[in-house]
Design a protein around this ligand. Structure first.
Ligand SMILES: [Zn+2]
Length: 475
């Protein structure tokens, strides 16, 4: 039997608004526990929530970026459950009328591009955080009320690899919109998955299991690979899949049953009585449309066209909006985009990786890089010199012009100066000169090496070659 895997993903994205979803508490990550709370997010009786407009703005941005339809009137609901980190006893969420619905994103697969449907994007608030230790469990309620978007995919994903691609692409798009940093380590992006298998070509899905606790995209891919194999083995042996929630254990690389045979949750959703409906008017949507950045797909095509870059090069440059911005700023008015791409991809990305800095804090800013490469383009310095000047710039922050001047790094192209220098080298190596003249012509490279060494790589190679040839031939 050939089996087909069906995967759905639920992604929670924490929004980077200044304040929480329904109160004015700050949302700073890493603040001391329970210092960013108030009666509203702690659920004190009599307190009333007020919706943060930036949450709606972010939801609309996410919807526009993923080709969703926007619901003109949507409401909030209470999702009831009991848990120590949920002081209100319910979470304010959206239920049957999510603000965004029916969208898609395009991912790359081995068989070309594929559209993965987005069922819905809804707004909700986060719960607090329980911290377990041998001494007991503590709770930090700073996270209570921080706004989240839940992004639910259609069951269009057909392999763990496609799931990985979907997550990577979605994260890139969301980061472009600027509504979240999607940092999985800090919990600002979380992903739950569900998976079922069915005979290939079947129209009805098999029983699905849910997977939680994956803390990287590779972890999601591994957990799904594990779970698909497990289900296929059970079904292949004539067994049945039990609907259950599994926890991925990164240490053992196994999915472990969390609660089996538990009936599905009854959250007793009901409309949130303390909040009015969210009404999106055309002017508001239009305003956000104006704020939308150029998204990765479009930028990729433009970069390939405008800068004549290969898809591979353009993909690296657009991988993050900030890298793309850096490149465009550096390439502005610079006549050789290929050279610029080469240096941004190769050198600038290496420098910021070494220094563990975001590109926005690169010690060599786009203007300084352009100045350096102008020296190179005008052949005033050699490529070797340019590399060492760049490293110097990264360490000292000085502009190329100053470093080149201070260290005297301009190319030696004057014929007289080169001739004197090369003649000295020949005089110092009479043995090699004789051997060369006796026919050992490969010694030419040795002399060039000596010239480069003596000039610290600053000799104009073409001129030096010509002069060397003349002097060697001049018996
Ligand atoms: Zn609060």
């Amino acid at each position: 039997m050939v089996w087909e895997i069906v995967i759905g993903l639920e992604v929670h994205v924490q929004l980077n608004t200044q304040t929480k979803a329904f109160c004015s508490c700050k949302t700073t990550y890493g603040a001391p526990p329970n210092t960013q709370t108030c009666p509203v997010c702690l659920g004190y009786p009599g307190s009333l929530p007020v919706l943060n407009k930036d949450v709606v703005r972010s939801a609309v941005k996410a919807g526009l970026a993923t080709h969703c339809s926007l619901r003109k009137v949507s409401g909030f609901a209470r999702k009831n459950y009991f848990y120590p980190d949920l002081p209100k006893g319910y979470q304010i969420s959206q239920y049957d009328d999510p603000i965004c619905y029916n969208g898609y994103i395009t991912i790359k697969t081995d068989n070309g591009e594929k559209k993965i449907g987005i069922t819905r994007i809804h707004m909700e608030e986060d719960a607090g955080k329980s911290m377990h230790s041998p001494e007991g469990t503590l709770v930090d309620l700073n996270r209570c009320g921080i706004p989240l978007l839940e992004i639910v995919s259609e069951p269009d994903i057909r392999s763990p690899k496609e799931a990985y691609e979907y997550l990577t692409t979605l994260k890139q798009i969301i980061r472009y919109t600027g509504i979240s940093d999607c940092n999985m380590e800090e919990g600002s992006l979380r992903c739950d998955a569900n998976l079922s298998v069915m005979p290939k070509g079947s129209k009805s899905f098999g029983t699905r299991t849910e997977l939680k606790n994956m803390n990287s995209f590779r972890g999601v891919e591994k957990a799904l690979t594990y779970e698909a194999a497990r289900q296929i083995e059970i079904l292949g042996n004539g067994g049945e899949i039990v609907q259950e929630t599994l926890l991925w254990n990164e240490q053992t690389q196994r999915a472990e049953s969390m609660r089996s045979k538990e009936e599905s949750h009854d959250y007793r959703y009901f409309p949130e009585p303390d909040l009015v409906d969210v009404v999106l008017d055309e002017a508001f949507i239009h305003e956000i449309e104006q704020e939308m950045p150029e998204l990765p797909e479009k930028k990729l095509k433009r970069f390939m066209r405008q800068y004549a870059l290969s898809e591979e090069d353009a993909l690296v440059l657009i991988s993050e909006k900030e890298i793309a911005d850096y490149f465009e700023s550096a390439a502005q008015g610079f006549p050789d985009a290929t050279l610029m791409n080469h240096w941004v991809r190769g050198e600038i990305l290496r420098i910021i990786k070494d220094k563990q800095l975001p590109i926005t804090q690169s010690p060599v800013d786009p203007v300084k890089l352009r100045e350096l490469l102008t020296f190179l383009l005008e052949k005033k310095i050699t490529p070797q010199t340019a590399k060492s000047v760049l490293d110097d710039m990264a360490e000292t922050g000085k502009p190329a012009r100053i470093i080149i001047e201070e260290k005297g790094l301009l190319v030696i192209s004057s014929g007289d100066e080169l001739e004197t220098l090369i003649q000295t080298i020949l005089n110092e190596n009479p043995g090699e000169v004789d051997k060369y003249r006796d026919g050992k012509v490969q010694l030419f490279g040795f002399f060039m090496g000596q010239i480069m060494k003596a000039t610290k790589g600053r000799a104009d190679q073409k001129a030096a070659r010509a002069i060397l040839q003349t002097l060697l031939d001049n018996k």
